[in-house]
Write a protein that binds this ligand. Structure first.
Ligand code: ADP
Ligand code: ZN
Ligand code: ZN
Length: 741
């Protein structure tokens, strides 16, 4: 046999920022599409994935390197996942290798075996194997029913650590280990694939009329059908989820529920578990690599019935997926903001389409994108207009900041309301809207805001250049010290961060504890949990936080909520600023008055008569959203126009700008159809203009035609890959960007 017959060539996708595949020589007997390989790449070995096997290579075969090792004898990626990821990598202009590797759990990315890894289990200690000893032990902890329950549970069978922790605290586990009654072991998880026969559906509510309509709509659909469920907080959306997934589970089909990171609470999981009487798997960043690997395997073998997961759960390799639900579909945490920049909601739609299954997007405050799809009939529109269990509505009012003295963002009136509630021994919650990061410039005398006349958009201050920029059209103006309306030199920037507010509150109310909860606190999950526990225990009376606090968490003792800096969002440099604010206000007002008392909400603004704000307070989110749509259309903004953002970062600003200028020149030199229909805006600085010593610039592409925009973007990416100047900068492409940071 000749050597040529023993060898073939494989195309390998590697997790590197290059938009191409790499050819290697590989023994024929082990070359398998979808298998991982270890290959030499540069100075080291890398793990890659075989996407093609062939007899010839366009490269000279004696120059090609050979794979070091093929790691799998069964593919880690099936053809359905592959085709979704291939589509996604093309759509998002991302390297296929990055997309494929984003879909694999870390264990597999790192080259570990596909077979299940050992995880930590708890079991009874040897000493309790004896029935008498066991009974004695139980009797001795009669006063500690939680510990007793754990013993009884472990007597039946060992329990994975993660699962036990869902029900009991570490303190309970530690108490039992200290007594020497339970012990931790490492073992390969046992797997249950008989869930379909164990379903025990209980606790369903009899649906009200709107719920019944929604459920029957969902049950009647066949094949790919997208739905938008629009319903205020507490209107019974989750109940609709529960009842509509029933038929899929009874058919042995799996269900995926995507949720924003922050709303994934043990309560959500428990609610699903108690309704169906089976285990529900969760998928989020707090799991260990082995736990993720397990959920991945269970999904693939059809052994995970329901997975509730964040963003990247959209890639789980389900064997038999019956339905996808995206809860809080408007949430921007579904967008991956670095590396492979995908939108999990949009990929979920694509996945449902490929699998020909229904998908339900749900929100109290749908994104304008989804709402538009529903209003134009692309999605079926389901609505729940009233709360399932009535609670007193919260009052919502504006504090006119021009009318009173304001200390560091806290008005006299707000201070008085905080004081009053603290005296009643109630908690108050203050939001500082981080999205309004870039402040507007406002005249303290007349309230005038400096606007770009072309766009009716407030100018953003850029301190480094002493300039004002319009982020819509790229117009630049030198900063002036005088109000262009009344000539006063009393101009001020608007905006406060959480820390400043916290400091102020500590001064104002020294006898009360202030908890600050922002993304710094969330970075460590345990710290957040500790804070939340303390809030529940009433150890904090004043909470200051960002959007993080708006969702998922229920604080029964909060009687008042205030949004400190509504103006920042009113004049946000991001055209979605007001949409986000409207969502926040609506979600937040669902946080108050939960314990049966009427809640109170205050919005601080220097623009109390702002039409959007008035509309939102008088008519609610759904009216606001329906009015905002025609405005977006008129302004040529999403969802009617599509956008792509090209970002550059470099130590020297000339390089960051230069690369983008090069693209722009190239575009204008070429005579093409795209020219009239694709607009280029910029280069303009990112809202965060300098980060880690690098200057950040952006070029915005916008078009009413997705195809043309896509074509231009791909051309741009090609020239970026070949440009000498581009080698001096970091660049990235963001298709359908959700922010301009
Ligand atoms: P959402 O998900 O829209 O916030 P939920 O489904 O959590 O709403 O419902 C809010 C509350 O109302 C829950 O306590 C739920 O058990 C209850 N509920 C929902 N639907 C009904 C119903 N048809 N009858 C009685 N109670 C209901
Ligand atoms: Zn402008
Ligand atoms: Zn003025």
């Amino acid at each position: 046999m000749s050597a040529a017959q023993d060898f073939c060539f494989v195309e390998v996708a590697l997790p590197v920022p290059m938009r191409r595949l790499f050819d290697y020589r590989c023994p024929k007997s082990t070359a398998l599409i979808g298998a991982r390989v270890r290959v030499p790449f540069g100075k080291q070995d890398k793990i890659g994935l075989i996407t093609g096997v062939k007899d010839h290579s366009q490269w000279e075969s004696d120059k090609l390197k050979s794979v070091v090792e093929v790691l799998d004898d069964t593919p880690v990626i099936d053809s359905a996942s592959y085709s979704l990821l291939k589509w996604a990598s093309n759509y998002y202009c991302a390297p296929i290798g990055e997309a494929l590797f984003a879909a694999l759990p870390a264990n597999l990315r790192n080259g570990k075996a596909q077979t299940l890894q050992m995880i930590k289990y708890w079991q009874l200690a040897e000493s309790l194997a004896d029935d008498d000893n066991f009974a004695e032990a139980c009797a001795s902890i009669r006063r500690a029913p939680k510990q007793q329950n754990v013993l009884l549970r472990l007597k039946e069978q060992p329990c994975p650590h993660d699962k036990l922790r869902k029900d009991v605290s570490l303190a309970v586990i530690n108490a039992l280990t200290d007594k020497g009654w339970i012990e931790a072991i490492e073992r390969v998880p046992s797997i249950n694939d008989a869930w379909a026969t164990q379903l025990d559906i209980s606790g369903s509510h009899r649906p009200n009329v709107e719920q019944a309509l929604a459920i029957s709509g969902l049950n009647a659909c066949k094949g790919f059908s997208p739905f938008l469920l629009e319903g205020v907080t507490g209107s019974g959306k989750t109940e609709v989820f529960l009842q509509s997934i029933e038929r899929h589970l009874l058919n042995s089909q799996q269900v995926l529920i995507l949720v924003p990171e922050i709303s994934l609470t043990p309560q959500t999981i428990k609610r699903f578990e108690s309704r169906f009487g089976i285990e529900v798997d969760s998928w989020h960043s707090g799991l260990t690599d082995n736990e993720r690997h397990l959920v991945w395997q269970k999904s693939r073998r059809g052994e995970a019935a329901i997975v509730v997961g964040t963003r990247s759960a959209v890639f789980l390799p389900f064997k038999n997926l019956g339905m996808i639900i995206v809860d809080e579909e408007h949430d921007s945490s579904f967008k991956q903001q670095d590396g492979f920049r995908y939108h999990a909601r949009d990929l979920a739609i694509m996945r449902a389409k490929e699998l020909n299954i229904p998908i339900l997007l749900a929100s109290a405050t749908p994104s304008l994108e989804s709402l538009n799809n529903a209003l134009t009939g692309r999605y079926q529109h389901l609505q729940l207009s009233s709360v399932a269990v009535s609670t007193p509505n919260s009052s919502k009012d504006i504090i006119d900041m021009r009318q009173m003295s304001v200390e560091q963002g806290i008005s006299e009136q707000l201070k008085a309301r905080i004081h009053w509630h603290l005296q009643q021994n109630q908690q108050v919650l203050l939001f500082v809207n981080r999205r309004g990061y870039a402040p507007a410039i406002e005249c303290a005398d007349c309230g005038h805001v400096e606007m770009c006349k072309q766009c009716d958009n407030p100018f953003t201050v850029h301190k480094s250049t002493q300039q004002w920029h319009c982020h819509y059209c790229g117009a630049v103006k030198f900063a002036t010290r005088y109000c262009s309306h009344c000539g006063s030199n009393n101009l001020k920037t608007v905006g406060f961060g959480t820390e400043k507010i916290e400091e102020k509150l500590n001064q104002m109310f020294p006898e009360h504890n202030v908890a600050r909860i922002d993304s710094d606190a969330v970075r460590s999950k345990s710290k957040l949990q500790e804070m939340l526990d303390k809030i529940h225990a009433n150890e904090y009376h004043i909470l200051v936080g960002t959007q993080i606090l708006a969702k998922g968490h229920h604080f029964p003792n909060i009687a008042m909520v205030a949004i400190i800096d509504v103006d920042n969002a009113l004049f946000s440099a991001d055209f979605r600023g007001f949409e986000y604010l409207a969502q926040l206000i609506t979600q937040v007002s669902g946080r108050t008055g939960r314990a049966g008392s009427k809640g109170e909400m205050w919005l601080q603004s220097s623009q109390p008569e702002h039409p959007l704000l008035q509309d939102l307070l008088m008519n609610g989110y759904s009216h606001f959203a329906r009015t905002a749509l025609p405005e977006r259309r008129a302004a040529g903004l999403p969802p009617f126009h599509y956008q792509v953002l090209i970002r550059t970062e470099a130590v020297k600003i000339e390089n960051a700008v230069g690369v983008l200028q090069e693209l722009k020149q190239m575009f204008h030199m070429k005579q093409s159809v795209a020219q009239g229909s694709v607009q280029l805006i910029g280069p303009f600085p990112a809202l965060v203009e300098k980060k880690q010593g690098r200057m950040r610039m952006q070029l915005l592409l916008s078009s009413g035609s997705r195809q043309l925009l896509h074509r231009v973007t791909h051309n741009f990416v090609d020239s970026l890959e070949n440009s000498k100047l581009a080698k001096k900068v970091r660049w990235s492409v963001d298709v359908d960007p959700v922010d301009f940071y």
